[in-house]
Write a protein that binds this ligand. Structure first.
Ligand code: GAR
Length: 191
């Protein structure tokens, strides 16, 4: 039985596209069954549809102040699609600890830093400001601690003189697109 994967996004969805293509080409032994965005206007939703993947907009705004209610709706969509595994790919909502507890070892995330450094936002600027030699990206298991679960793989990207957060982000994203499918493929083999 193929592993049924949901991908959660909030924006452009470039990581989602690389994951979907890797599954559709057979490089990852899994099926992308649904892409869910908490941002209704996310460009990634149309990209998912263009790849013939179900795309669902689940606006978080009506659930303001009630993350648990939003997550209950999220679970409804995930269960409707019989999802086995969740990939967060630029999903910018903070989850309550309950959610990863319900999906223990079943949620992966990609984060644009060399974890445990720079959890949270503005990772590239923080690496530049700290004078680090490298930025990078990490794929990790999601636990109740924000960006704190076990790291499954990471890639360092050298920081150049005069780098801005934007051009570092661009070079890191190229590496994200290689790292995430590779880690997901291995993870699924071991499931
Ligand atoms: C990626 O750089 C990803 O690592 C980052 O958002 C970007 C999404 O780009 N994720 C986070 O910052 C999560 N905390 P994409 O929508 O083009 O894949």
């Amino acid at each position: 039985m193929t592993t049924r994967v949901a991908i959660l996004i909030s924006g452009s969805g470039s990581n989602m596209v690389t994951l979907v293509k890797a599954m559709q080409s057979g490089d990852i032994d899994a099926t992308p069954v649904v892409v869910i965005s908490n941002v209704t206007t996310a460009a990634g939703l149309d990209k998912a549809k263009a790849l013939n993947v179900n795309a669902v907009a689940l606006d978080h705004r009506p659930y303001k102040g009630d993350r648990a209610a939003f997550e209950a709706e999220l679970n409804k969509v995930l269960n409707e699609h019989n999802v086995d595994l969740i990939c967060l790919a630029g999903f910018m909502r903070i989850l309550t600890p309950d959610f990863p507890n319900q999906w223990k070892r079943k949620i992966l995330n990609i984060h644009p830093s060399l974890l445990p450094k720079y959890k949270g936002l503005h990772t590239h600027q923080r690496a530049i400001d700290a004078g680090d030699d490298n930025g990078g990206c990490s794929v990790h298991l999601v636990t109740g601690e924000l960006d704190g679960g076990p790291v499954l793989g990471q890639v360092a990207v050298p920081i150049m003189e005069n780098d801005t957060a934007d051009n570092l982000a661009e070079r890191v994203l190229v590496e994200e697109h290689k790292l995430y499918p590779a880690i997901l493929a291995d993870f699924i083999k071991q499931m």
